[in-house]
Design a protein around this ligand. Structure first.
Ligand SMILES: C[S@@+](CC[C@H](N)C(=O)[O-])C[C@H]1O[C@@H](n2cnc3c(N)ncnc32)[C@H](O)[C@@H]1O
Length: 673
């Protein structure tokens, strides 16, 4: 764990006022990074899970400490709101192998797979918090995959939502790499948001999003530029950086970072906020980019002082000067020094903007945040929060638009970013606890099927509305399908903003990979007035709109039977109240409710829980995958209730059970596929 060039370069930057701190900084880089995770999802659900960690797992780990080798339980990050961000130093191997920690390991695996927990480096949680997203905002995350920050943005957008209100907002999650954009889609399924649009474009030239009435290019309220970077802030985790780090790395990527930030500056609304961030210590990728951005926008952007935000987060101010080194390690005082040397290949990406500009003292670069690993035992990170205070002057806009003419640059084929793109959250391969995204092989690019809006008078919609007694407040004109004609018709709901955007043909240039929340799927079944079932992921959003016709109240033993059984169970096996309610129901999907007053003792529920159930000819069946069922058993009945298979198996099954088997059954013995 050493690299002479790294040391030379960063010593030249005078990051710290004394040698002692440099030593502590450098020593910390050699200590393996603690694991951090975030409890995701809507507030009440997240608080329930947090309570479970506090009440059950912390005492459990404390007890394990007495029996096995010493381990500290996880602790909440002091600066993360509502104690929903956590960090732990339990070594990965101990977590996996120690019999004393097995339940905690199972818990993390299950909750990560169903998306209730997201492994995310602590420092990577900072930019979305400072972006300050509110309901109804138009937001774009320019470099979004694998999507941990997008998830925080989407959660913030829905945080204050009321029942019977669909957020009018928009979150575009863009990534130039199609494969990574598809991984993002997988992640996003669990966000239950109709406001998300996943695109794949080169952010340097992100196309204008046309918006109707009057038709114009949309300007965003919030933009995140979490740009590709050299990633040396992740060195505690990505040990190869010790070997591979080169002086030329930061220099080489500065130009691209600046272009992405400049494109964002154009897309930002006056009064809007953008956050520029990297997981690098390098001033050439950080302050130099911000300085060049400020200077190229001639006062239209300013750095925001966020010193009062996240007060428990220890940070250092941005640098107000820095050094550029030639690849031989010698300092270059000015741009012309490179010319003198003759611009060789390593310096071909050298730009004048690498150097501190003459007006550097006026730019308030100290308002940027530098997070060093030794400050609070994290990775390294850089964040700048900027505000657009006036329109860009025409000249600036022309300068920054590439090619010059364009308020609407042409589509450029996205460059595929390197497969090993550094991000603080790239999952180690084959490590289920730590993976926050599926392995790349799971992330197949979606087939290029068009997005087609469903006619609001479509007979299927009519039957769904009638069957579930859906309120007319749920807009029927915001549903789309991707493969018309197939038996398995699935209806996705999108926000009004996305509908408006998708309705404009010229927005095809956005290269949409996916959008919409999966709400209803058609089953191949007869003898029911409605062949559609509701998806679990859509229930939190749809429940307030549903009438009573298909609601069934469950006792907790009813729920337990449904969660434990892989098969359809005869209606006669359930509580008398459920038999009475479900018995006369016609075949089709119904919604099971467990109210806190019906929950088992010691539960942590703060509101009713809802589940999609299939009412068969004479049976009931829970329309959930195995992992979801595991997670729910643990949540409702406590982690002790999860029955482990001999291998402690909790491995993935498709998120939803396929409907074909459910509808083919009629007897309680028919196993579901
Ligand atoms: C630091 S990572 C982003 C991490 C992400 N924000 C998160 O929190 O999960 C940078 C991402 O930028 C993407 N990328 C690289 N070049 C790009 C470009 N020109 N335009 C858009 N995305 C790009 C990479 O594929 C990579 O996924």
């Amino acid at each position: 764990m050493s690299n002479a060039d790294f040391e030379k370069f960063y010593r030249a930057q005078n990051l710290f006022s004394d040698e002692a701190e440099w030593q502590i900084f450098f020593e910390t880089l050699r200590v393996i990074l603690p694991t951090a995770f975030r409890i995701t999802g809507n507030r009440s659900h997240a608080i329930e899970l947090r309570t479970q960690i506090e009440r059950y797992f912390i005492p459990y780990i404390q007890a394990a400490d007495l029996e096995g080798p010493h381990v500290d339980p996880p602790a909440p990050l002091p600066w993360y709101p509502d104690q929903l961000g956590w960090q732990m130093t339990i070594p990965r191997i101990a977590l996996k192998k120690s019999p004393h920690l097995r339940k905690f390991h199972t818990f993390l695996v299950t909750e990560t797979e169903v998306g209730n927990i997201s492994r995310q480096e602590a420092v990577s949680m900072i930019p979305p918090l400072l972006l300050d997203v509110k309901a109804g905002h138009m937001v774009i995350d320019m470099c979004a995959a694998p999507g941990s920050k997008t998830a925080q943005i989407v959660e913030a957008m829905h945080a204050e939502e009321k029942d019977l209100e669909l957020s009018p907002g928009l979150v575009i999650a863009n990534d130039a790499n199609l494969k990574r954009a598809c991984m993002l889609v997988h992640q996003m399924k669990r966000l239950h948001s109709p406001c998300l649009l996943v695109t794949h474009q080169d952010a340097e030239q992100f196309s204008n999003v046309l918006y109707p009435s009057p038709p114009e290019a949309l300007r965003f309220d919030r933009i995140l530029c979490d740009v590709p970077c050299s990633g040396d802030g992740t060195i505690r985790k990505n040990l190869l950086i010790w070997k591979d780090w080169k002086i030329a790395d930061g220099m080489g990527i500065h130009g691209m970072q600046l272009k992405i930030a400049q494109r964002a500056a154009i897309l930002l609304k006056v009064g809007g906020r953008m956050v520029y961030s990297t997981c690098s210590f390098n001033p050439l990728e950080n302050e130099a980019v911000v300085a060049a951005l400020l200077n190229s926008t001639d006062g239209a952007l300013r750095l925001v002082d966020v010193s009062d935000r996240l007060p428990a987060l220890v940070r250092r101010p941005g640098l107000t000067t820095w050094k550029v080194l030639r690849k031989d390690g010698e300092p270059a005082e000015r741009f012309s020094d490179f010319a003198e040397e003759g611009i060789n290949r390593a310096h071909s990406k050298c730009l004048p903007t690498l150097f501190p500009p003459a007006n550097v003292a006026d730019l308030h670069l100290d308002r940027c945040l530098r997070i060093y690993p030794h400050l609070q035992n994290t990775g390294g990170f850089f964040v700048a929060v900027l505000e657009k205070v006036k329109p860009l002057s025409k000249q600036d806009a022309l300068y920054m638009e590439t090619p010059a003419k364009a308020e609407d640059p042409p589509i450029k084929k996205p460059k595929l970013a390197p497969a090993e793109e550094t991000t603080p959250d790239s999952p180690p391969l084959n490590d289920t606890v730590d993976s926050e995204v599926p392995a790349e092989s799971d992330a197949k690019p979606l087939k290029d099927e068009p997005f087609l809006f469903v006619d609001p008078t479509d007979p299927d919609l009519e039957s769904i509305w009638k069957f579930f007694e859906i309120s007319e407040k749920l807009p029927r004109d915001q549903f789309l399908v991707r493969s018309e004609g197939s038996k398995q018709r699935t209806l996705y709901l999108v926000s009004s903003a996305i509908k408006s955007i998708m309705a404009i043909t010229r927005n095809e240039r956005l290269r949409v990979v996916n959008t919409g929340i999966r709400c209803f799927s058609r089953n191949d079944v007869e003898n029911t007035p409605c062949t559609y079932r509701i998806h679990y992921e859509a229930l939190p959003l749809l429940t307030p709109f549903l009438g009573d016709a298909r609601k069934v109240r469950l006792t907790h033993p009813d729920l337990r039977m449904l969660l434990d059984s892989p098969n359809h169970l005869s209606v006669t096996r359930f509580s008398p109240a459920l038999q009475e309610r479900a018995g006369p129901m016609v075949l089709g999907c119904c919604i099971g409710y467990l109210y806190p007053e019906d929950a088992p003792e010691g539960h942590t529920m703060t509101g009713p829980m809802v589940f999609p159930i299939w009412r068969g000819v004479s049976s009931l069946y829970m329309l959930l995958g195995k992992q979801d069922k595991h997670s729910l058993v643990a949540r409702v009945y406590g982690p002790d209730s999860v029955i482990e298979t001999p291998k402690g198996e909790t491995t993935s099954t498709p998120v939803d059970a396929t409907p074909t088997a459910e509808v083919a059954e009629v007897t309680e013995d028919t196993p579901a596929v």
